[in-house]
Design a protein around this ligand. Sequence first.
Ligand SMILES: Cc1cc2nc3c(=O)[nH]c(=O)nc-3n(C[C@H](O)[C@H](O)[C@H](O)COP(=O)(O)OP(=O)(O)OC[C@H]3O[C@@H](n4cnc5c(N)ncnc54)[C@H](O)[C@@H]3O)c2cc1C
Length: 389
Amino acid sequence: MLDWLIIGGGLHGTHLALVLVKRCGVAPEWLRILDPHETLLAYWERCTTATGMTHLRSTIVHHLALDPHDLWNFAQRRRAQLGQFLGPYRRPALGLFRDHCQALIAEHSLDRLHLRGRATGLTRTAQGWSVETDQGSLAVRRVLLALSVGEQPRWPDWAAQLHAAGGPMHHLYGCEELTVAPAAGQTVVVGGGISAAQVAVALARAAPGCVTLLMRHEIRVESFDSPPGWVGPKELRGFHAEPSVVRRRAMIAGARRPGSMPEDVARTLRRAEAVGMLRIQRGEVRRATFAADGAAELELPGLRLRAAKVLLATGFEQQRPGGAWLDQAIAEYELPLAPCGYPLVAPSLAWAPGLYVTGGLAELELGPVARNIVGARHAGERLRAVADA
Ligand SMILES: Cc1cc2nc3c(=O)[nH]c(=O)nc-3n(C[C@H](O)[C@H](O)[C@H](O)COP(=O)(O)OP(=O)(O)OC[C@H]3O[C@@H](n4cnc5c(N)ncnc54)[C@H](O)[C@@H]3O)c2cc1C
């Protein structure tokens, strides 16, 4: 029987495996990370590659290692990469961050903990839990759910309908390979946040003049996706003092800055527009059809846009991640939920005896940064306290 099974091998699952092994003394042979991809972090790699981003949005101290200075020390050891931190928050270059992740995985043999598979059910047993997977059942004492909204790309209704009808629609976080539309065709990128800006610029570099970025609003500049005070006690003290989960949910919503981008990304986007590499169009699609030649026709108030290809950079659906198998376990074991549908968990992040959560599932406890890299680090502190107790 395993001591711990982490379901989800993204940034959260990988960091927390390291915490459990190195900080909490869990023997590696009693811990496994269940994830359907070929390697740990595969989904993160795909999403970040898809956007064409060059730097993370988060700071130098937000990474997977235990010591907050580890990324800086890693960069120093590889002198060539010393210049790879951007701006006052010293945001790491994506390549450096990836190399650091892979070095940690190799150093701590975390890849040996990876079980390739997908959880499909959760049953309580006398000793803990039985996790049904597409590869068979696993008996475990403790389960950590490290799922994310990553498998829930958001498709606006008009786009879903056109996609179902065979239109040339793609989602940035879908499974297809990303290429710019074929010659003479316009690619319309839909979205107003950092990923939309980054992918529009990346595509326009490959095919100048062939990209339109369709945004609902003006460019919104914010350094992070929530104000930096939420990373530490400045804002979190008030959040933790708030007993009402309804008000906590409102605080999370109020802190989020969706559809925003940091200054450097906004500057690059404006420059690309100024030199004619891409066009920025403000507006919202009311209706979409597709023409006989297969192009999409997007109708906006007072405007029609024709697109050989439409690429959605519209983020993720915000409903609770997990899906049907988790819904079933929630019903079966009456796992407590807030009115927003998200788990009500203890400060230890326990949702039920032997069942723990991180990421979005822990946000009513960890606050607006729960889904970010620093959210994994906060979860690590909570789990460490469990293991030390
Ligand atoms: C393009 C992009 C850039 C980002 N940049 C930053 C940044 O700079 N800084 C920052 O702090 N945050 C950033 N984020 C936000 C956040 O840190 C990432 O989304 C991060 O990947 C979240 O990690 P995770 O482990 O929670 O989720 P994921 O990386 O999505 O991993 C979850 C894993 O769980 C697996 N899974 C799901 N269901 C099951 C199941 N039933 N059984 C087994 N496995 C399952 C999934 O397949 C996936 O591999 C970014 C997000 C995106 C999309």
